[in-house]
Design a protein around this ligand. Structure first.
Ligand SMILES: [Zn+2]
Length: 307
């Protein structure tokens, strides 16, 4: 029996993996041919020519293609090499991979894979002994500005998949898997998976409302899970997997009612419940960033255009 379940999951995984691999990151910024030559085709801009080589202002250098924050201005130094140099990156923002040339280490944006440049160690420029040598054209500078941090709560089946997709939206700072809507205090995954706690697997989305709106997140939510399924999500059946949006105020409620209205006009029979936000209980650590850590694609979520 177990063998059949594994096979079934493998088939579902394969079908969705094919469908979703085209969309590893949503809403990328369009690139000019010059930007694409560096960011996509890994060309190098001429030294001493880039916009940020001599740039000195307090702020954050973000990815040109996906706006992910990559470097803080306080890690920038003048190495004399002709490209912007940083001795540190924002944690988790920059990924190191072996360069095709066989000896250098290439650096790419961890979120969208944009080519940034190369990283060198052991040159002794600063105490951190590291030089991220970055093409200006791969970057965009943002002056320090106040963020407008807000939270949104969505339940759409297994939280691993909902977290996976919402985390990739521009302006989203953090997505946490957890539980909401039930009666049991401090529930464990076991409590919730038995289906008697009343909780739904729910994600908490922390976002910068100056960069992304609640409506944009809610639209995405309706397009990464099946809002018509009444008894769960995909192969996950049970009250803990129901589709729901927990709203915190009348504005959020009005936004969701509007979106459900739009979908119903298109013929969708929406099962998503609008519920009042209640206490959010964070799930156990091993549920957080599940797919990114495991390197799998979600098995019961995928992007489908509905609006
Ligand atoms: Zn990026």
């Amino acid at each position: 029996m177990l063998r059949f379940i594994v096979l079934f999951l493998a088939i579902i995984h394969f079908v969705y993996a094919v469908d979703t691999e085209k969309l590893p990151v949503l809403n990328l910024n369009p690139l000019t041919p010059q930007e694409a030559a560096v960011i996509l085709d890994k060309a190098t801009e001429r030294p001493f020519s880039g916009e940020y080589y001599k740039h000195k202002e307090d702020g954050t250098y973000v990815c040109k293609q996906c706006d992910a924050p990559l470097y803080k201005s306080d890690s920038k130094f003048d190495s004399g090499c002709g490209w912007p140099s940083f001795d540190d990156a924002i944690e988790g923002a920059v990924k190191r991979i072996p360069d095709a040339d066989g000896y250098r280490t290439e650096i790419i944006c961890a979120r969208c894979g944009a080519h940034l440049g190369h990283v060198f160690e052991g040159e002794g420029f600063t105490a951190k002994d590291t030089r991220y040598c970055v093409n200006s054209i791969s970057l965009k500078f943002e002056k320090e500005q106040t963020q407008n941090i807000q939270k949104a709560y969505f339940a759409g089946g297994c939280f691993w998949g909902v977290e996976y997709y919402l985390e990739k939206e521009l302006g989203v700072i953090e997505v946490t898997s957890g539980y909401m809507g039930g009666h049991l205090k401090d529930p464990t995954y076991k409590d919730v998976s038995r289906g008697q706690s009343g909780h739904l697997e729910t994600v908490e989305v922390v976002y910068d409302a100056n960069k992304v709106s609640y409506e944009t997140l809610a639209r995405l939510f309706f397009e990464i899970h099946d809002p018509e399924q009444k008894d769960g999500q995909g192969p996950d059946i049970g009250s803990q997997y129901l589709s729901a949006i927990f709203v915190a105020n009348p504005d959020e409620r009005a936004t969701i009612e509007k979106l459900i209205g739009l979908l119903e006009k298109k013929g969708f029979k929406i099962a998503t419940a609008i519920r009042q936000k209640s206490v959010f209980y964070k799930a156990e650590g091993y549920h957080q960033n599940y797919y990114d850590i495991k390197g799998y694609q979600p098995y019961c979520h995928g992007y489908v255009k509905r609006f």
